[in-house]
Design a protein around this ligand. Structure first.
Ligand code: CA
Ligand code: CA
Length: 529
């Protein structure tokens, strides 16, 4: 046995010597990362019910999530085999009769499926210990129809009383496109654009705002660091100006925690998103670049330079509306088919590099980093299947309409951690690059240089005079580039774009300002003064 061990040791020493003599050493491995202390973060979106189940009832829960925090971030940005994400967006966890929990019954509790308020306290404590900030999904557009206020409103309306709880909701005696749901046993209708069990709050009523003030204070007192606001586009109605409501919300929340981070979901075109930045909230998700057909996905195999020009325009525009705006880049979320279903496999890592090496915060939907596929491309719930920790030991998690848990084609976390070329290893490296080069998230896109090839896109990102350059070669050929846009470039690291990139693939080579960029490779350079 001893003999075998020393042989193994000798073999591994020779292997590491060979690796050191081979291609240029990977700068990411030796550069130090600084933990973020501000709002610029690499977020990880956790769908709690599918993440990790601690008590074998087929539903993921908060204790399960706590048990997996070391996977998300172990607290040391320079060590460990964690993903390195330093922010978590928690899907809705308040009591609700639906599995998705976007129809809230009680804004001051944890759904018993997920645990207790004590579990939540523990989660916050453990996240903060690791430097992870936590934002929670807050649904202010509508409540569940079993919310105490809505039940009271219906009861009062059945007796003709309009000036009580009915004021909290958008109620009318007229039935039309907006007041589209009848209240049984009355002559009244309510607004419920999503479904009958989601009545819209009256956001102009002072009482509603006082109630939301209490809700916000409650969760900030619990230690949450911010909010993901659901469906902000629907805040706009005949009585309410969405921007005005968002401004009110943000100032109110800042009154309790001046560093609160707020990101809104406005699933709309860029013009409407620009307008909403005028509310002053930190971020709105960049839907234009996400999803199938979005600019990041297009740029992963063609038109790369063009997409980065559009990204500069987008980033400039949001900062014109709000000079503290933080772009919120992502590829998919719980409402979209899994990335693995919509991409050619070989574009996957390229798409990841495109959104994670861009200014702003990145939001990675759980499972995206291991390439989970949706078993059914037309059923929302199938975009939210179980996280696969180990392909050899599948979890027993129930998702409505989905039959059983399948192995992940690319391997579970266990399998991918052992492979330095796996998709997961690339995501880990991208987060390291973001931490090691804080200019990327915080800077402005100063220039999108023209490399004379639409498949090569680059950005010079300037943060208070410190400049980095990110270049993506999405073509199938290595390219020689002269970097005369920055002086004294230093290579900070790279990732390969193809899922099946060979372990012995060429590494980028830099000599002075001459860069040889291999095919299907993204690279980060920094100007050394
Ligand atoms: Ca459970
Ligand atoms: Ca770590």
């Amino acid at each position: 046995m001893k003999k075998f061990l020393s042989l193994l040791l000798a073999v591994s020493m020779i292997a590491s010597l060979l690796a050191a003599c081979g291609g240029s050493a990977d700068p990411v491995a030796k550069n130090k990362a600084e933990a973020s202390t501000d709002k610029y973060r690499s977020f990880y979106q956790v769908w709690i019910g599918s993440f990790c189940d601690s008590n074998n009832d087929q539903t993921g829960d908060l204790p399960g999530l706590i048990s997996k925090l070391d996977y998300i971030n172990d607290g040391d940005p320079n060590a460990g085999d964690d993903l390195g994400a330093d922010g978590i967006w928690l899907s809705p966890m308040m009591p609700s009769k639906s599995y998705h929990k976007y129809n809230v019954r009680d804004y001051f509790e944890i759904d018993p499926d997920f645990g207790t308020l004590e579990d939540f306290d523990k989660l916050i404590e453990e996240c903060h210990k690791r430097g992870i900030r936590v934002i929670i999904d807050l649904v202010l557009n509508h409540s569940g129809d079993d919310h105490e206020f809505f039940k009271k409103a219906c009861d009062e309306l059945s007796k003709g009383k309009e000036d009580g709880y009915a004021r909290y909701y958008n109620i009318s005696k007229e039935s039309n496109d907006r007041y589209n749901r009848a209240i049984s046993g009355t002559d009244y209708y309510y607004e419920g654009p999503f479904s009958p069990d989601m009545p819209d709050w009256n956001l102009s009523f002072e009482g509603t705002r006082q109630y939301f003030d209490k809700v916000t204070k409650f969760w900030l007192d619990k230690g949450v660091d911010g909010f993901r606001l659901d469906a902000v586009k629907y805040f706009e109605d005949a009585k309410t100006d969405a921007d005005e409501f968002l401004s009110w919300f943000y100032k109110m929340a800042q009154g309790y925690n001046p560093g609160v981070y707020v990101v809104g979901e406005d699933w709309d075109d860029a013009g409407n998103i620009y307008d909403m930045y005028e509310s002053g909230i930190d971020s709105l998700f960049n839907f234009k670049f996400a999803n199938s057909g979005g600019d990041f996905l297009v740029a992963s195999h063609s038109m790369t330079s063009d997409a980065l020009k559009k990204l500069k325009k987008y980033d400039d525009n949001i900062k014109k509306r709000n000079d503290k705006a933080i772009n919120a880049n992502f590829l998919t979320n719980h409402d979209m088919v899994r990335l693995h279903n919509m991409l050619e496999e070989n574009d996957y890592k390229m798409a990841a590099a495109l959104y994670m090496l861009a200014p702003g915060n990145s939001f990675t939907y759980y499972g995206e980093e291991i390439g989970i596929e949706a078993p059914n491309t037309t059923n929302d719930a199938s975009y939210r299947t179980a996280m696969i920790w180990d392909n050899e030991n599948l979890p027993d998690i129930y998702v409505p309409g989905v039959a059983g848990v399948e192995k992940n084609a690319l391997g579970g976390v266990e399998q991918q951690l052992k492979d330095e070329h796996s998709l997961l290893s690339t995501y880990r490296k991208l987060i390291k690059l973001r931490l090691q080069n804080p200019e990327i998230a915080r800077g402005n896109i100063e220039e999108v240089p023209d490399f004379g090839n639409p498949g090569i896109g680059g950005m010079i990102i300037n943060h208070n005079g410190s400049r980095v350059m990110v270049i993506h070669n999405t073509t199938d050929e290595a390219k020689e580039l002269t970097l005369d846009q920055i002086t004294n470039p230093a290579l900070r690291g790279w990732t390969y774009g193809d899922l099946a990139a060979e372990p012995n693939k060429e590494t980028p080579k830099l000599s002075g300002t001459a860069l040889t960029l291999p095919a299907r490779t993204s690279v980060v350079l920094k100007e050394v003064k």
